[in-house]
Design a protein around this ligand. Structure first.
Ligand code: FPP
Length: 274
């Protein structure tokens, strides 16, 4: 391999080529037959990344948008059907007002900027959470984005906004209670399918892979029902630095795992189609 030093003019091109090569190598290791249908991501580490760079927290969120773009693009290119991003939790309202305001503004700005790209790429936008309680401008930008991409079929990008898994479970229970009171459903008919049909994710497959960035090992009130059998992947990378190759790494790791769903290894092997 030729040696280049950083001050040589061609170094950036060499380095870009090297990164490209490594990425292609990772991508080629992905088994297209074993792709997760749904990937969920807890985007974490924006604030710490900004601090590392001596900048305010919002600088981290702004750079986080680049990671959102890359991850969405990579997932769509691979053929992932659903990508769910935890963009704002119910608990995030407790952050300083200036940060909440900046995040809401960034969401509006990003939605306005990116909706055309989503449309061009045949990506549908959806949202889960109590979105009607978001500031009016954010809510409107979101509804417009959802409406304008409703017919797209390649991939669904789901933004979890003002979302909490406990809220999701409680609101589903509430809806079922109302249906039972109205005699639309009998208590004995309430099973896992009936319950899942009332969750905000109704109609979507459960995520098979959940990624959390920034080296934290928590679920933070995200999709608790839906991740019952998800494989968990914890990346040490801060979200603003998350790139396509990190998504590939997570998928490769997921594909190497044996998903047993309560069975023993021999049963899983016997069930595999030959
Ligand atoms: C977590 O990092 C990040 C968030 C709560 C917000 C994520 C938002 C974006 C990336 C911006 C826009 C998103 C979309 C979908 C357009 P943190 O602030 O908790 O970081 P820390 O743990 O280091 O403090």
């Amino acid at each position: 391999m030729p040696e280049f030093s950083e001050n040589q003019a061609c170094y950036p091109f060499y380095r870009a080529g090297l990164v490209q090569g490594l990425m292609m190598d990772l991508k080629s290791q992905i088994d297209q037959e074993k792709l997760p249908r749904h990937i969920a991501v807890i985007m974490d580490g924006n604030g710490r990344w900004a601090k590392q760079h001596g900048k305010p927290r919002v600088f981290g969120h702004r750079n986080g948008v680049k990671a959102v773009r890359e991850t969405t693009e990579a997932a769509a290119e691979l053929g992932i059907e659903y990508l769910t991003l935890y963009a704002f939790s119910t608990e995030n309202w407790k952050r300083p007002q200036t940060e909440v305001g900046a995040l809401m503004h960034l969401l509006v700005e990003t939605l306005h900027k990116e909706i055309n790209t989503l449309s061009k790429n045949n990506i549908r936008l959806k949202a889960i959470g109590q979105i009607e309680k978001l500031p009016e401008k954010t809510y409107k930008a979101l509804l417009d984005g959802i409406k304008n991409t409703a017919g797209n079929t390649r991939m669904t990008l789901v933004l979890a906004l003002n979302y909490s898994a406990k809220w999701d479970i409680v609101q589903a229970a509430g809806k079922l209670a109302e249906k039972a009171a109205d005699k639309v459903i009998l208590p004995g008919e309430i099973d896992e399918t009936a319950f899942a049909n009332e969750l905000s994710t109704a109609g979507m497959p459960d995520p098979e892979l959940l990624i959390r960035t920034s080296g934290e090992y928590r679920i933070s009130n995200f999709l608790l029902w839906q991740i019952a059998y998800a494989e968990l992947f914890f990346s040490p990378v801060f979200w603003p630095e998350f790139r396509k190759q990190h998504l590939y790494e997570a998928i490769i790791d997921y594909q190497r795992r044996e998903r047993r769903f309560g069975q023993i290894s021999e049963q899983v092997i016997a069930d595999k189609p030959v």
